[in-house]
Design a protein around this ligand. Sequence first.
Ligand SMILES: [Zn+2]
Ligand SMILES: [Zn+2]
Length: 548
Amino acid sequence: MALSGAIWIGGILSGLRLTEYPLTLRPPGGLAKPMGIWELSAPDQSFSLRRSPFARRFRISRLPFSGGIGRFLLFPVLFSASRDREKEFSYFLRQIGETIAMSLLTKAPRGTQDALPADTGKWRHIEKTALETAALRGFREIRIPTFEHTELFSRGVGDTTDVVQKEMYTFEDKGGRSITLRPEGTAGVVRSVIENSLLAGPLPLRVCYLVSCFRYEKPQAGRLREFHQFGAEMFGSASPAADVELISMAADLFRILGIDGLTLKLNSIGCPTCRKEYHAALKAYFSAHTEELCGTCMTRLEKNPMRILDCKSPICSEIAAKAPVITDYLCDECREHFEGVKGMLTDLGQPFVVDPTIVRGLDYYTKTVFEFVCDRIGAQGTVCGGGRYDGLVAQLGGPETPALGFAMGLERLLLTMDACNCPFPEDKKCDLYIAPLGAAAARKASTLAEELRREGFSVETDVMGRSLKAQMKYADKLGASMTLVLGEDELARNCANLKNMSTGETREVSLGADLVSAIYDVSISDVIGKISDSFEGADLKSLFGMEL
Ligand SMILES: [Zn+2]
Ligand SMILES: [Zn+2]
């Protein structure tokens, strides 16, 4: 049997202590165990090491490394039906195991991503802009732990949500506590706000945060298992003005970052009062489709039928598309609040679309929910999502407090910014490269470099023992604005030639205050040059009222 063949290979592999590696064994039936970094297929279902010919064809595909594949592909084919090949076979498997082990050392876990030096400037730009935009509205940064008690999320986010039911990274720590890596930021922030009595201070309380979150999902563009969010939360105000302030803060951040073409989708999902009636209507509607719903939604039907609306199964979502909409069931208070939000957004000139299918995937939302979506990054185009959660603070043990917030995924924001060709500030380049020749000059170069760094210049000098030619090549690759060649001759005279790399101009400077002011001169003319470029020939002299 296909499956037993595959399990049999699994047995061999685990015998070789390979079970700790995330192998996928994919038998011909297409039955796959997830988490795999490779597939091991065994098309000959009846092979068995001890008895019959065990592999006529034995293929290993999707190896996460390139070396040795040929050998692995060919090796088993060489095996004959002979029984005394057992040793060779286990040697072969051991080699596979060794190779997997080595490849895991240099391969990040699925769904994670490095931010490389070439890109971290983009991240810093987004994070800095977000915090500054929030600060203009009185939001101060809060930092919360990466993990919390599992209970916080099952209560806070809701135990019928996809996030809690399917996606959390939960584990028992060495003290036997159930711990969960945060799948979102709000629950932890609310916990911290209650625990530290922040609600006893002046209200509204406005906080914002930059966090990494963890969800076990199928990785795709802009959706990772470890992802990053910028979020903002406001506590204490029940007024539609608070909803609008938060929404326009997100919109303003997008504007500052240079993102255009986003659509604001808006909905109200009511309060517990109006939701009672709505739940009954949903239950009645979905009960007529019980046979088609997925297993998870069957249990949701009793506990929380609204969660069926965001089930990712295609059949469930097709059924959900025709379900009754909440906006038809809003109570007077919720309706009035929703009208207030819409009215104020209109006053602000902020366009929006009312979309009754937006319910957000988390249980804590009440009244206003919203999303900013971008049509340029594929179907998963939600860049920011949020809403009101008036019941959450009390539900987690705090005082009855209306509250609301939003979070935006930074990976998706980055994708959107790239899609919109948004500008990013340039990384700071090397101002000066000092090229010493000989040991004495090298010593002088390193003290000189240190002095100039204290003046705020970015300075590099040789730490590789390179020749002058190799050093100049390196300085060129760095994009250094200036170079200073320091030979014995120069050292003796306490001066050297400073070269402006963009103009090719050189001038002799003494190695003291003269050097500092010369570097200032060059970097200032560099900056002015850049400004002139960006003003595209505007008359800078008259602009600054000065002689340049
Ligand atoms: Zn209501
Ligand atoms: Zn479902």
